[in-house]
Design a protein around this ligand. Sequence first.
Ligand code: HEM
Length: 414
Amino acid sequence: MASQPAAPSLDPSLSLYHLLNPAVLADPYPLYARLREEAPVAWDPYLHCWVVTRYDDVMAVLKDFSADRSPSPEFMRALGLGQIEPLAEVMCRQMLFLDAPAHTRLRKLCSAAFTPRRVERLEEYITEITDELITAALAKGSMNLVADFAEPLPAIVTAHLLGMPRADYAMLKGWSADFAEMLGNFQHNPGGVARVIKSLEEMTRYFRSAIHEEHRKLNDGLVRSLVEAEVDGGRLTEDEVIANIIVTMVGGQETTTNLIGNGMLTLMRQPERMAQLRSQPGIIDTAIEELLRYESPSQHTGRICHADTMLGGHLIPKGAPVLAVMAAGNRDPDRFVDPNRLELTRTGNRHLAFGWAAHFCFGASLARMEARIAFNALLARLPGLALADRPLVWRENLGLRGLTALPVTFNTEA
Ligand code: HEM
């Protein structure tokens, strides 16, 4: 374990633990701005990690620091936390928590299965499900944009991508939500552990039996492709297939839901921007990048300092945990002109919402495609779309930023 680093003591009002306050969670950007200005690289004694908020520093952490941050099963056992062992077993086989060369090997094999062609083939299906969900909302005359659209769309698409029956999507969504509660959350939640472990056991059993089921041929989905993927004569083990299906399933659902939910919220809060996108659908691609930058679905991620390193004038010791706050880097005025302004045609928008370098989001092209189809259809088919007059509640997951519900109104006579 790293010893406590010698760092100037942090003004307690700058600790990221304030995200636990619903008012700060609703608008974390002033806190991020203060951190960038006053303590851009800071040891947060309340979270027991370094917090990095400037664009260049976040990039440096994502590029150079170690992603190998999942505790080993043996370590958990030694700490008397044996109940978490199954989780550690899965995480240490997931590409998200590995460094080269183990990461390179896994990512190559997974990329051989998750090809651009596979993503392209999903376009028609995504369009079909999008239209179906909007038609149902129109028939009902009301819509909770999260529960009725932003959650089921990626969940149904993910089931299809994996080659699982559509009827299983709600189950996959439930497991994914449980797993996501643990990713990106740094508050103590002992009550949640048992549920996450149960979900993990259920989904592991589910995917293992899907791989083994002899009489039901797996559809032409990602599960089968991962089992069959071969690079330089090497293959994934069954446990690796399952672990990386889980990370893909969780990555593919929670964040995409939040991109659609946060993005639509942002547009409804700035009706002139929504009108701009409606009248100029050709700007959809830059608009999506800007919505990713402006309200990043994945706000931060963790790393371990690989070697004693100077960053922002501070010595980060080898082995220290570091939180790279991509959402703060995405509002850095040294990188983005007028960063708090939503500029749907912004150019040179190399935001950090999908991460950076070796772990750059594996599903970015699918997320972009899903968002393009979803935003286009919602704007085209729901005229008069506006926020319902209800208070907004943000999910308590501090790393994965999204709303618990998003009730909207629209003109039903169209
Ligand atoms: C708006 C949607 C999405 C956002 C904002 C997002 C964000 C991210 C970020 C920030 C990372 C890097 C994390 C780190 O470096 O610690 C990441 C990695 C990853 N994402 Fe996404 N993601 C999205 C959609 C998806 C989709 C649709 C999939 C799969 C279908 C996916 C699968 C993954 C996987 C497997 C990784 C790990 C890559 C690696 O470690 O090499 N994501 N994502």
